[in-house]
Design a protein around this ligand. Structure first.
Ligand SMILES: Nc1nc2c(c(=O)[nH]1)N[C@H]1C(S)=C(S)[C@@H](COP(=O)(O)O)O[C@H]1N2
Ligand SMILES: [Mo]
Length: 410
C-alpha cells in the first residue's frame, strides 16, 4: 500500500519532470527570417569569455553602487539599528561620489554586455521548458531593473523629473533590491558557464582584420573611464575643467557653492527679510525666540564643511554660525543625548525639515550657520540661517531655518 503510493508519487514526479523538459517544436520554415535566420548574428567576438569578463566588471560596479546607495538611503531614512557617524566629515562625499561614478561607469559596460548576449533573444524555441522560462523571466527582470536604475539615476542627476511619473527616491530604492536580487540569481544560474569561461582562456583571434576581444574590452573600459573623468569634476575640483558631462561644478553658484533650490523656487523670498524673523528653539525646559542680533551675540564658530548632494556633486564652504548643541542647551535639552528637529521657512517641499540625530547634535562642527565665506549667507544658500553638519547628505542640510525642536532621542 505504502509502496504503491510511493511508486505513484515517483511516477507522477517523473512524468512532471519529463513534461517540464519537453522542448517546443522547431519554428516553421516561414519564421526563419530576419533575426531568426540561421547565422543571423555573425560576430565571432561574442563568446562566453567576453560576456563573463564584462559581466564580472558589471557585477563589481553594481555591487559597489548598491552598497553605497543603501548607505545613502539609510542615512536619509534610518532604521532603528542604523547609526551614521559625523566623522570623517568627507565620508558621505566619498560614498555618494562613488555611488554616482560606479552607476555612470556601468552604462558602457552594460551596453557592451547586452550586445554580447542579445542574439539569444532570438533563440528558438523562445521557451524550451519551465526551467528555461523561469530563467528567461529572471533575465528580463534583471535587464529591466538595471536599465531602470541607470536611466532613473541619470535623470535624477540631470534634475529632469518629467519622464519619471513616480517619486524618484522610492522607485530607485525598491528597484535596486530587484536588480541586486536578479543579479545574484543570474550569477548563481550561470556560475558553471562563468567558471569555465574565466578559467579556460580561449585564444583572442583577430577576426577579418577587425576588432579583437581585448580591443572591445579596452574600448568599453575606456568609455567607462572617460565618463567617470567627465563627471568626477563635480566633486573633485581639479577635474572640473574636463568634466564636460557634470551637471554641476564645485565652484559655481553664489559664494562659490552650487545651489540646488533657490529662495525663489522655495517661495521664501519675502519671509527671509521680514524684520519679525525669529529663530524659535523649543526644548524640554523652555522655548526661546532669537532675533538675528541675538544669534550674532552667541559664541560664533567657523568650520570648513562640504555640501555633498545626493546627485554626486559636492563643494566645500567656510561656514560661520552658532553650534547646534549650544542652541539645544538654551532650550534645556541634554546636548549629548538630544536629537533636533529642524524646520524651514519653506512652507511645503519634501526637504523643508530634517531630524538631526544625537551623533550630529553633539558634534561641535554642526552649526546653524549665518555666514558663508565670511559674508552673510546668500538668500539661495539659506539666509538668514541654515543647518550645516559634517558627513551628511546635502538634502539634509536644511536652508532658511525657522524652528528647532530639541527632544531626547527615542
Ligand atoms: N529648506 C530646504 N533646504 C534645502 C533644500 C530644500 O529643497 N529646501 N535642498 C537641499 C539640497 S538637495 C541640497 S544639495 C542643499 C544644497 O545647499 P546649497 O544650495 O546651499 O548648495 O540644500 C538642501 N537644503
Ligand atoms: Mo541635494
Amino acid at each position: 500500500m505504502v509502496r504503491d503510493l510511493a511508486a505513484g508519487i515517483v511516477g507522477l514526479a517523473r512524468r512532471g519532470h519529463a513534461w517540464l523538459n519537453t522542448p517546443l517544436p522547431p519554428p516553421p520554415a516561414t519564421l526563419r527570417r530576419g533575426p531568426l535566420r540561421r547565422g543571423a548574428f555573425e560576430s565571432r567576438l561574442r563568446s562566453p569569455r567576453l560576456t563573463s569578463l564584462l559581466g564580472s566588471a558589471l557585477a563589481v560596479a553594481f555591487t559597489v553602487c548598491f552598497v553605497t546607495g543603501l548607505i545613502s538611503h539609510f542615512i536619509q531614512h534610518p532604521p532603528s539599528w542604523f547609526v551614521w557617524p559625523s566623522r570623517p566629515v568627507n565620508l558621505y562625499r566619498v560614498t555618494q561620489g562613488v555611488h554616482v561614478a560606479t552607476g555612470l561607469a556601468s552604462v558602457p559596460l552594460l551596453g557592451a554586455k547586452l550586445w554580447s548576449v542579445y542574439p539569444r533573444l532570438f533563440g528558438w524555441p523562445p521557451v524550451r521548458n519551465l526551467a528555461h522560462m523561469i530563467e528567461r523571466a529572471s533575465i528580463a527582470a534583471l535587464v529591466a531593473a538595471a536599465l531602470f536604475q541607470l536611466i532613473s539615476g541619470i535623470l535624477n542627476i540631470a534634475r529632469w523629473y518629467a519622464p519619471m511619473p513616480f517619486f524618484f527616491t522610492a522607485g530607485h530604492y525598491w528597484s535596486a533590491w530587484l536588480a541586486i536580487g536578479a543579479l545574484l540569481t543570474h550569477i548563481g544560474v550561470k556560475l558553471p558557464i562563468i567558471r569555465t569561461a574565466l578559467t579556460r582562456p580561449t585564444p583572442d583571434r583577430v577576426i577579418d582584420g577587425g576588432l579583437t576581444r581585448r580591443g572591445l574590452l579596452g574600448a568599453a573600459g575606456a568609455a567607462a573611464g572617460i565618463i567617470t573623468l567627465a563627471t568626477a569634476g563635480q566633486t573633485i575640483a581639479p577635474l572640473a575643467p574636463v568634466s564636460v558631462l557634470a551637471p554641476r561644478r564645485p565652484r559655481s553658484g553664489p559664494q562659490n557653492v552650487p545651489v540646488n533650490k533657490t529662495a525663489g523656487d522655495a517661495g521664501v523670498r519675502n519671509a527671509l527679510f521680514d524684520p519679525a524673523y525669529r529663530l524659535t528653539v523649543a526644548g524640554p525646559a523652555r522655548t526661546v525666540r532669537l532675533a538675528l542680533t541675538d544669534l550674532a551675540a552667541l559664541p560664533q564658530h567657523t568650520v570648513a564643511l562640504p555640501i555633498s548632494c545626493v546627485e554626486g556633486w559636492s563643494s566645500i564652504g567656510t561656514w560661520t554660525g552658532v553650534r547646534l548643541r549650544d542652541l539645544v542647551v538654551l532650550a534645556g535639552a541634554d546636548p549629548d543625548d538630544a536629537e533636533a528637529y529642524v524646520e524651514s521657512l519653506e512652507a511645503r517641499g519634501r526637504y523643508r525639515a530634517t531630524t538631526v540625530p544625537p551623533t550630529h547634535v553633539r558634534d561641535p562642527y554642526t552649526l546653524i550657520a549665518m555666514r558663508l565665506g565670511g559674508e552673510p549667507l546668500h538668500p539661495d544658500h539659506g539666509y538668514p540661517a541654515r543647518l550645516i553638519a559634517p558627513n551628511r547628505p546635502g538634502v539634509l542640510q536644511t536652508k532658511w531655518v525657522s524652528r528647532i525642536t530639541a527632544r531626547s532621542a527615542p
